[in-house]
Design a protein around this ligand. Structure first.
Ligand code: NAP
Length: 239
């Protein structure tokens, strides 16, 4: 067994299901101690129970789109871990509506989680990583961060913004030995979007997790700052 993350401590946001859950499992298999969150106490409890067969995992219900809730999550991380080496900003939502139908509340929900939540967690993680002499922050963005589509106004804005945020942050932090990357998957087979449903042609959540662990494996001298990934064979246009 390759435990290359043994002794490292990681936080994965939104890891009760989907991509975050697969990432948490891979980090545990690689020997890291992992903290997870999601908004629902029961779902966090269940995920911790199921993930604990792979290693040492703790969970805390938290809504990372809310600054106070994110602060509380990091208080738990500080108390239990005494620091942090890896942050995966995964929690995100998609609300897909034409701009003419998108409510102010829906716009806020998407930006508050996909953009503000990533800022909150990154801002809270940085001092913990600086105290350890370095770390790694990985954002789960999307191909929707470079390809706009009808109905994507809020989601596209959040992920285009996240990519810019990530690139600036990477330049702010590189000399503190904190590496920053963003991963841009196309359609992933999760419950994320009711509009597209499950399908075997989609990227599996485990494949995104594999990209995350391969970034973490990269020698410290090298930074893969942006990864695009897509289904090899999506349905042909018109099908
Ligand atoms: N699936 C795709 O096709 C796809 C493609 C490209 C990029 N992505 C990105 O990948 C990330 C994960 O997507 P996914 O498909 O795995 O989604 P998912 O299956 O819906 O899972 C989302 C996870 O985030 C948690 N969550 C939602 N809101 C939260 C909040 N405010 N605070 C903390 N946790 C929260 C959810 O738990 P609770 O609901 O219990 O809080 C759940 O654990 C997102 O950033 C998404 O934009 C997804």
């Amino acid at each position: 067994m390759d435990t290359f993350l043994s002794g490292k401590q990681a936080l994965v946001t939104g890891a009760t299901r989907g991509i975050g859950r697969a990432i948490a499992e891979d980090l545990l298999r690689a020997g890291a101690q992992v903290a997870i969150c999601g908004r629902t106490k029961d779902a966090v409890h269940r995920a911790v129970e199921e993930l604990s067969v792979f290693g040492s995992v703790i969970g805390e219900p938290a809504d990372v789109s809310n600054w106070e809730s994110a602060e509380h999550l990091f208080e738990t991380v500080r108390e239990r871990f005494r620091g942090l080496d890896i942050l995966v900003n995964n929690a995100g939502i998609g609300i897909f509506r034409s701009i003419a139908e998108l409510s102010v509340e829906q716009w806020r929900q998407v930006i508050d989680l996909n953009l503000n939540g990533v800022f909150y967690c990154s801002r809270l993680a940085i001092p913990l990583m600086q105290a350890r002499g370095g770390g790694y922050i990985i954002h789960i963005s999307s191909l929707a961060g470079k390809n706009a589509f009808p109905g994507g106004a809020a989601y596209n804005a959040s992920k285009f913004g996240l990519n810019g945020f990530s690139e600036a942050m990477m330049q702010d932090l590189r000399y503190d030995n904190i590496r920053v990357s963003y991963v841009m998957p196309g359609s992933v087979d999760t419950d994320f979007s009711a509009r597209s449903g499950a399908a075997s042609w989609k990227i599996a959540p485990e494949d995104v997790a594999q990209v995350v662990t391969s970034l973490l494996r990269m020698p410290e001298r090298t930074l893969v700052s942006r990864v695009e990934m897509r289904p090899s064979k999506p349905p042909r246009a018109g099908n």
